[in-house]
Unconditional design. Structure first.
Lengths: 116, 116
DNA sequence: TTCTTATATTGACATACATCGATATGCTTT
DNA sequence: AAAGCATATCGATGTATGTCAATATAAGAA
């Protein structure tokens, strides 16, 4: 399994835990990409949604549950889910009437490594 | 030296490299705080500024150098520096006419750990 | 089909903020 | 004091986006 970080390919096992990636110069394009990801995380509601999903024993949650838990309207929840889904932070799966969302780790790993 | 992470105090040496902090439920207040930090990182210009500072051998840079390097006006650079300074991401020191900025690691560490 | 529930989309509105020109403040030198 | 350079602040403007009500779409039940 391989991971791309700033134009360089690493085998997963070759990545040290905390590589200092901010130490190299970011190209404008890289900066735009990373900023877009950080922007997705810059909403309290979205962070709470991620936290709620991560706290589930199944590591997933149906959208209706988020509507009940957070004090936001159903369209707003749906909007946030869409933003995170399109950013590659969430995966979704329909099972009957309900749609279950789960966290995709890859993008979060990229961001974490950038911050090292 | 101590670090506060989500209401818990850690001695620096006691922090494991990659503790999974998103696994616990975030309070609304924590979510607001973290989101504000992520928002600071959600601008490409600011990420490039951080990257430029980190790439210096002295780990610092004077504001004028940023104005020259990035294609933004001096007031805009000054604005971004202020945002990052007030967020605790940058320290500054005046030496004569120039003001030198450097990266403060603590907040970045908090964010990185949250993403684990 | 009809009804009910779950999720998504649309449209509108308000707020946040990145950006810049103009100007102010601060430090150094002459 | 005056001039020159570095940095900060102010005011204005345009754009992005979080939010909700209303509505549409989708799936299962009766």
């Amino acid at each position: 399994m391989y991971v791309n970080i700033r134009n360089m390919k690493f085998s997963r096992s070759a990545i040290p835990c905390c590589p200092p990636l901010l130490a190299g110069k970011l190209t404008p394009e890289e900066a735009v990409q990373l900023a877009a990801l950080f922007r997705v995380l810059s909403e309290p509601a979205r962070l709470q949604m991620l936290s709620l999903i991560a706290a589930q024993s199944n590591q997933e949650v149906c959208a209706c549950e988020l509507v009940e838990t957070l004090g936001l309207s159903q369209p707003t929840i749906s909007h946030h889910l869409k933003v995170m889904y399109e950013a590659g932070l969430l995966g979704k799966e329909r099972r009957g009437t309900w749609i279950y969302y789960r966290i995709l780790q890859d993008r979060l790993v990229v961001l974490r490594d950038v911050l090292a």
